[in-house]
Design a protein around this ligand. Structure first.
Ligand SMILES: *Cc1c(COP(=O)(O)O)cnc(C)c1O
Length: 411
């Protein structure tokens, strides 16, 4: 762990306040050209004494704009103090969590996994256009049937055909045979380039794609590809719940990854972190953004610097060991739950490294699903219900649920 070290509350506070002080001061200096200032002081008072101990709330009031991508050369200097915190956050995620080489990844805090997935497909569409002279009609976006629907948004917005590969019903991996025959059909139709999105924990099942099924098939078919990993759900979980990870930057075939901090990290919404190997994000530069220093290679444009600070604060509060412990506690509770289900003979899907347990609908009476807010795969016609073992999902809460589940079975 080179970048990620646990800090005390006091150290975190000092660091954030120092960073805010390095940003431009709208009150005490003459800043004439920006459509920006502090949050409206009539509504959001800056003089409350408790703010001295509240670095995140103070950051919200200062409202730094982190427009652009700060690992790429120049950025707006008005907010340089807090941009540096974002840069550190990007390095923690890319290097300490996802095993990237030092400073060999770019990244930014996007609005969420949806934006980051669209941004990745956008980068690779432009890459194939520029490097191969390809048209969008020669490209295909490939993912599995279990992938998040943001992939469909990306395909729709960017005008690229989406092909979803059926999954094996046991392990929920993309079906290798079907993938290979689909690729042959696509080639016959004139498809020459693949943008692929592999899952590091799916939203409904917590399943993790065996990424080699994809890369072997693309290589066998002789199709150039770019590989994005959707770790929106699993990016802050899977790397900690086991040792190996074929979906991080230690795999040379992985080009980019997204991790959402507003899921397992319990950060404010607006914290999907896009990471990509150096050289890829610049494919979406628009020269039209000439008023932004360093230009803007992000889909979102203006965005809150407070979001990056919140994620950084959470990760620094735990430190790497504290984070491992947190994930292992969730794994322990998940294991407790599946042990109970096994005893009751209830069928479910769970990846052994995940905190999502997805139970077959026939085991779950409607009223129980409703009472415990279980989420169905399909609201009209559910086949599965999922339980996500979050911080607030303790065994004390799971236990009565399991008891009711067994009671319904018996009577
Ligand atoms: C939640 C999720 C997304 C979308 O992320 P948002 O942050 O809601 O935009 C994408 N992929 C997966 C696997 C997800 O779980």
């Amino acid at each position: 762990m080179q970048n990620w070290k646990k800090l005390s509350t006091e150290q975190i506070k000092q660091r954030v306040f120092n960073a805010l002080n390095e940003n431009s001061d709208f009150n005490n200096s003459a800043i004439l050209g920006l459509p920006a200032s502090y949050l409206d002081p009539k509504v959001f008072h800056r003089d409350a004494p408790f703010l001295r101990d509240a670095p995140f709330l103070t950051a919200l009031l200062h409202n730094p704009n982190h427009i652009g991508c700060h690992t790429l050369g120049e950025s707006e200097e008005f907010f340089k103090g807090t941009q540096q915190i974002e840069r550190e956050l990007i390095r923690i995620c890319a290097e300490d969590i996802l095993n990237g080489e030092p400073e060999q990844q770019d990244g930014y805090v996007a609005s969420g996994g949806t934006e980051a997935n669209i941004q990745a497909v956008w980068m690779y569409r432009n890459y194939f256009m520029r490097e191969y002279g390809a048209g969008t009609d020669q490209m295909v976006l490939i993912c599995s049937d279990d992938s998040h629907y943001s992939v469909a948004k990306a395909a729709n917005i960017l005008g690229i055909r989406l092909v979803q590969i059926p999954v094996d019903k046991q392990d929920r991996n993309p079906d290798s045979q079907k993938l290979q025959s689909i690729l042959e059909d696509l080639k016959a139709e004139g498809i020459g380039y693949v943008i692929a999105m592999a899952n590091m924990m799916t939203t409904m099942f917590g399943s993790v794609d065996d990424v080699q099924i994809y890369t072997d098939a693309f290589e066998k078919a002789g199709l150039p590809f770019k590989l994005h990993v959707d770790g929106a759900y699993g990016g802050f979980f899977y790397p900690f719940s086991g040792d190996d990870n074929a979906l991080d930057f230690s795999n040379p075939k992985v080009d980019s990854v997204v991790l959402d901090a507003h899921k397992m990290v319990q950060a404010p919404y607006g914290t999907g972190i896009l990471l990509a190997r150096k050289g890829l994000i610049p494919y979406v530069y628009t020269d039209d953004a000439s008023y932004v220093k360093g230009l803007d290679a992000t889909l979102i444009g203006s965005r809150s610097g407070a979001n990056a600070i919140a994620v950084w604060m959470i990760l620094m509060t735990y430190g790497p060991h504290g984070w491992h412990e947190k994930i292992h506690l969730l794994m322990y509770r998940t294991q407790w739950l599946v042990n109970q289900l096994d005893e009751l003979g209830i069928t479910y899907y769970r990846n052994p490294r995940s905190n999502i347990v997805t139970i077959r609908q026939e085991h779950v009476p409607d009223d129980l699903a409703h009472a415990y807010a279980l989420v169905p795969d399909d609201h009209d016609n559910p086949e599965w219900y999922k339980i996500v073992v979050m911080d607030h999902v303790t065994i004390d809460i799971l236990e009565p649920f399991v008891r009711q589940l067994s009671g319904e079975r018996v009577f």
